[in-house]
Design a protein around this ligand. Structure first.
Ligand code: HH2
Length: 304
């Protein structure tokens, strides 16, 4: 465990609490491990591929598959070899479809501890998929380079401060407690982003560190998820990079019924169209297939 002296009560924060939880941390005022990460990813000149690593028992499509630390680390290595540009590690299922089991920060950290150091040591940068400031702080101290919050900095208000302190990029994802088929989903997404950006501004998060994500499947009917991809271009008005995570989501089943692990075709179709509509980053369980799809699409486009 840490040899870092305990903070004074006045200094105690999510960051310092988390420091006491995971060994090997580097400190909150350390510069980001990968300077200009977002600019570098966006400068690749092609869609950025974020591979999903769920160290959870209950994720909607791969729950339990990578709970064993060795399997999780192997899966991370495989996605890196397949061409992932960033790995998104999560230890709490966000269960877009409403049956999430809340997990404590301690449990999230317990799941991350045997996996994160090895994954963060890979060549590929890592983002932490959490809505909790304490978990994000601990993961950042382990070398994680980015934060992905499925509640867009609106659930745990301390998270914005942690992101600002570390100077790392953050994904702000749209979410709702429940789907409402009667609302204009694009207006709801835009209003949510405005609130999140206000929180980010007040915390001192630089605009060039922010990615926006419409949150496919989260608090949306299948039809609204489809609309969010179809009308993604409207969100370009925020002037920020867009991320889309359509991978294996239920709206695919609503169009072409299939269990989650047989929705790769629908995932790829969605991500190709999302990129056409302005997405810079796609979040996928199926890295090799997605890399291949984008390479082939680019080759065909280049031959026009
Ligand atoms: N989707 C999931 C989780 N995190 N983060 C962003 N930014 N965008 C997404 O669309 C998104 C996300 C849900 O997918 P998965 O991680 O596979 O499932 P679970 O939350 O059940 O672990």
């Amino acid at each position: 465990m840490s040899l870092t002296p305990p903070p004074s009560p006045a200094q105690a924060s999510a960051v310092t609490e988390a420091r006491a939880t995971l060994p090997g941390r580097t400190g909150t005022d350390a510069p980001p491990r990968i300077p200009n990460l977002l600019a570098r990813l966006l400068g690749l000149g092609r869609p950025v591929i974020m591979g999903i690593l769920n160290v959870t028992p209950d994720s909607f499509s791969d729950g339990g598959r990578f709970l064993d630390p060795q399997r999780a680390i192997e899966h991370a290595r495989r996605m890196a070899a397949e061409g992932a540009d960033i790995l998104d590690i999560g230890a709490e299922s966000t269960r877009p479809y409403g049956d999430a089991v809340a997990v404590s920060g301690e449990e999230e950290l317990r799941r991350l501890e045997p996996v994160l150091p090895a994954v963060a040591a890979l060549e590929v940068p890592v983002s932490i998929d959490t809505m909790k400031a304490a978990v994000a702080a601990a993961a950042l101290a382990e070398g994680t380079a980015m934060v992905n919050d499925v509640w867009g900095l609106q659930r745990d208000r301390d998270l914005a401060r942690v992101v600002a302190e570390h100077g790392v990029p953050v994904v702000i994802m749209h979410n709702r407690e429940a789907a409402d088929p009667a609302i204009d989903i694009m207006a709801d997404i835009a209003a949510f982003f405005s609130r999140s950006l206000d929180i980010a501004d007040r915390a001192g998060i630089a605009r060039d560190k922010i990615v926006l994500d419409p949150g496919i499947g989260f608090g949306k009917t299948p039809a609204q998820s489809i609309i969010a991809i179809a009308r993604l271009g409207e969100l370009r008005s925020f002037g920020l990079p867009l991320l889309v995570g359509a991978s294996r989501k239920r709206f695919i089943d609503s169009v072409s019924p299939a269990p989650p692990d047989q929705r790769i075709g629908g995932s790829i179709a969605s991500h190709l169209l999302a990129v056409e509509n302005g997405a810079a980053i796609v979040r996928t369980h199926d890295v090799a297939e997605t890399v291949q799809a984008f390479r082939v699409a680019a080759a065909i486009r280049d031959a026009r």
